[in-house]
Design a protein around this ligand. Structure first.
Ligand code: 13P
Ligand code: SF4
Length: 337
């Protein structure tokens, strides 16, 4: 086993220089073959990572893929909770992520100790948690959902069942509206989706009359309300590929545009910039998740080479967290989602 320097451990990723002239993509693929490793990448990561991955998908698809893989090593190019979900589903496999700092503002907005008190303050409620949570929060959960299956899974509970939904208040409100429920909501949000505004979308609609507005349900209520199509990243992607429309204004993390454009090269995709884009003096007008973008080809190369950083979840947490995740996978399978 190669030595992992203390400075790397402190940083949470390996910043060893890659050998000059090396073809990173070819080397990554070679190591995957040699080590029987599989690379899973979320749609929000940078294009080179999506290109080198064995599989790209939304949160639900990635969890499914991990649950079924025969690989010895899973490399998760995404964020930390996704690595944890893979480890919980595959406790005997080595799960790597290129950068241990790739957190998620939504998962961070729901610390397990505080969520436990919230659950205790609502006796008699079942707990529905979005997959964007730590494994510790999942141990307090009855069933996990993703944005692809939240409506159907919430509807699978009896109409009078009292439910807590966490941590995304925007998704929770949206699901309450769709299902006519009054789930008690945890007050959390994602820093990327919260920054989309009605104003910026109206500006784009003026520039591109006739374009369809697509929004992820993690966006704020008024943005969701004005969208023509609301859905998970996979649902939005499928819509653009199958629709007869040709121009789309996209209110979700801009990484999804790579796959949208690849699937429909003849169509036009316009990323919605964040509300405060001018005031921040940003050069890139895209709304990007800083955590997803911590994944780079260099870190991926080093992570495969050194087989570190590894995602660790205690056996006690795995034992409890696996139940609500498996329940989600079973219900989704049964309902054909
Ligand atoms: P989905 O992948 O379920 O669409 O969720 C979006 C997201 O924010 C992932 O972190
Ligand atoms: Fe978390 Fe938002 Fe980034 Fe998704 S886009 S990983 S919810 S911070």
């Amino acid at each position: 086993m190669m030595e992992i320097k203390r400075e790397w451990k402190e940083k949470g990723y390996i910043d060893a220089p890659v050998p000059e002239g090396v073809d990173l993509k070819a080397e990554v693929r070679r190591m995957c073959k040699e080590k029987n490793a599989v690379i899973l990448a979320h749609y929000y990561t940078d294009k080179p990572l999506q290109e080198v991955a064995d599989f790209i998908g939304d949160s639900l698809a990635l969890a499914r893929k991990a649950a079924k893989t025969n690989a010895d090593i899973i490399v998760m190019c995404g964020v930390h909770f996704m690595g944890e979900t893979n480890k919980v589903l595959c406790p005997n496999k080595k799960v790597l992520i290129p950068d241990l700092n790739s957190s998620c503002s939504l998962a961070e907005s729901c610390p397990a100790e505080d969520f436990k008190k919230f659950v205790e303050a609502h006796p008699g409620h079942k707990v529905v948690s979005y997959v964007n949570t730590s494994a510790a929060v999942k141990t307090l959960t009855d069933v996990v959902v993703t944005s692809s299956n939240a409506k159907q899974i919430v509807n699978s509970f009896p109409k009078d069942e009292k439910l807590i939904f966490g941590p995304d208040r925007n998704l929770g409100e949206y699901i309450n509206q769709l299902t006519g429920r009054q789930m008690v909501l945890w007050d959390g949000a994602c820093h990327v989706h919260e920054r989309f505004s009605v104003g910026k979308i109206l500006e784009l609609k003026e520039q591109y009359p006739g374009a369809k507005v697509l929004a992820h349900p993690e966006c704020k209520g008024p943005v969701v309300k004005m969208a023509d199509v609301v859905g998970s990243t996979a649902a939005l992607l499928n819509y653009t590929a199958e629709s007869n429309e040709t121009t789309f204004i996209v209110a979700t993390e801009s990484g999804i545009l790579f796959e949208m454009q690849r699937k429909s090269p003849e169509k036009t995709f316009i990323p919605v910039p964040p509300e405060d884009s001018e005031t921040q003096g940003r050069t890139c007008m895209c709304n990007e998740c800083v955590y997803m973008r911590m994944n780079t080809m260099e870190k991926l190369y080093n992570c495969l080479k050194y087989e570190w950083p590894e995602v660790e979840v205690s056996p006690e947490v795995i034992e409890k967290a696996v139940k609500p995740i498996e329940k989600m996978l079973e219900i989704s399978e049964r309902l054909g989602i």
